[in-house]
Write a new protein. Sequence first.
Length: 171
Amino acid sequence: MQITLVEGDITEQRVDAVVNAANSALLGGGGVDGAIHRKGGPAILEGCRALRASHYGRGLPTGQAVATTAGALAARWVIHTVGPVYSRTDDRSEQLASCYRESLRVADELGAASVAFPAVSAGIYGWPMDDAARIAVSTVLETPTEVTDIRFVLFTDDAYAAFERALALQR
């Protein structure tokens, strides 16, 4: 497995699957979620509505992942995962790690060889970037997968630096 860090826009990645840091409603939102829905177009929202109408009537639980088409994105699929909101009093690290494990599980089910991840929960959900990077990198490295190309696509210099430090500590 090759892990690459990319500073940029996850919606521009030419990969088999882009991971969306979604909210449980699966109906679009802000940050990465909003960008993916805007650039991917209505096909993604239609796929999410179909999921809500079937197995996920109450929304996608935190730490789980599901896939839809990628619509107009360069990817084939969007894997939606719901990260936990950061808490100083409640350790939700396992839920965050589950986002990465479950996304890789779904990628394997789809036959995806390349996956682009954002920094799940490190935006509006408030997870401290260094800790989010540590959990993301260690979980991906420890998770058995057929995915050979994993990219962490990071929107800011600070996020890139945090993931760079986390990756250096694991190697």
